[in-house]
Design a protein around this ligand. Sequence first.
Ligand code: ATP
Length: 428
Amino acid sequence: MIIGIDDTDSNEGMCTTYLGALLLEELKTCGTVETFPLLIRLNPTIPYKTRGNAAVALRIKTGCPEKVIAHVLSRIEALARMECEKTNPGAVFILEKDYEKLRPVLRNFLEKAVRDVIEIQDAKNLISEYGISSKGFKNGRGLIGALAACGAMLNLEVWEHTFEHLAYRQKERWGTPREIEKESFFEADRKTYPETWDTVDLKNRLIVCVPHSADPVLFGIRGENPIIVSEAASLIRAEPVERSAVYRTNQGTDMHLLPAVNLAEIQDMHSYRLEGTVSAVPKTIPGGHVIFPIRDTEGNGIDCAAFEPTKNFRLLIRKLRPGDKVALSGSVNSGTLNIEKIEIKTLAPLYKEENPKCPSCGKNMKSSGQAQGFRCKKCGTQAASKIICEIKRDLEAGSYEVPPCARRHLAKPLVREQKSDLKIHPAR
Ligand code: ATP
């Protein structure tokens, strides 16, 4: 059977992936856990999320499904942060006999949950239409993520995946500062990058794979395959690890992006890859956020932002000028695209006026007075007016991304795109 779980955590603690890791061990008494557990990131703009909008799925071969269901529900009741208003757990159980019937239905549901907004009632309707065994706690919003995670498990071959090795803290340490040897993270990165990514942010000298919240996660190493993420994890020196789990995940795949044909169709709470032409010089607003507008060929426009947490990425964005042709990816909220990556396709030529150069000695001529043209003092050569010359742009066409410390879970790091013929500038 496939088990999908979501929405068990709050800002004060817990993490649905921790519950998944516990169940991996505890359910061994009921059967064999098959394949990797899944950590599925859903629409990153959903306001109900605690942090990264994640749901979890496990697949187990069992002769006693009733016992499995009872155990999973009792663990959710015991561990979920029910006291938090935003915590509304959901669990879904798909029996093997229903796999074929539900595969296409839950594939659609997964894609919608990653790219669109779903009502709780839609999840409940689907559950009753197909007679799916499930339990929603409180308002049952977690049923959305739980169904989507089951959809991912039923359709493993249709979505691009990466892996994450998650290490969890001992319970008595939850909520206390994490004891880690920082240098070991830089070492692990040196030895395994680019097959692992987002362990550290070299430019900003930050460790990005260690959370700061009160949840049980000690660190999470992301990478291309299960071997490399665990190899990197074995190089980390830190406080004792209670348990760890390797998840197969849609992180780092751009699965959230919709192609936008024109800017008129863009909606809040959705993420896009879109193209346009920069239509004004970027400006920096209070808080250090850098904003500029783009337009498409039909004259529709949208504001695009590199927010303050994107750090040095803003330096690049400030160099854009009207006429530059760009393709951008990111999420839209309040009518503004939060940039995750930018491909600068062509740079608009920029011009300035300059005094003419002397054809004999090459030096700049001097003005001979108002409306009297220009003259070289040394050679005596003359010219009537200023000349127009092209300014060399301090910017190269190519693909750029926000630094690791500002990366969205679903955003595909440029280093994963190296196989294409784009000129890429991965952030490290
Ligand atoms: P963590 O990252 O620590 O696991 P979280 O950020 O995953 O926490 P949740 O507690 O899972 O946050 O809350 C997200 C809620 O939003 C869940 O109830 C989930 O079912 C719901 N949800 C997920 N995707 C969508 C969607 N596309 N439309 C509507 N609701 C969604």
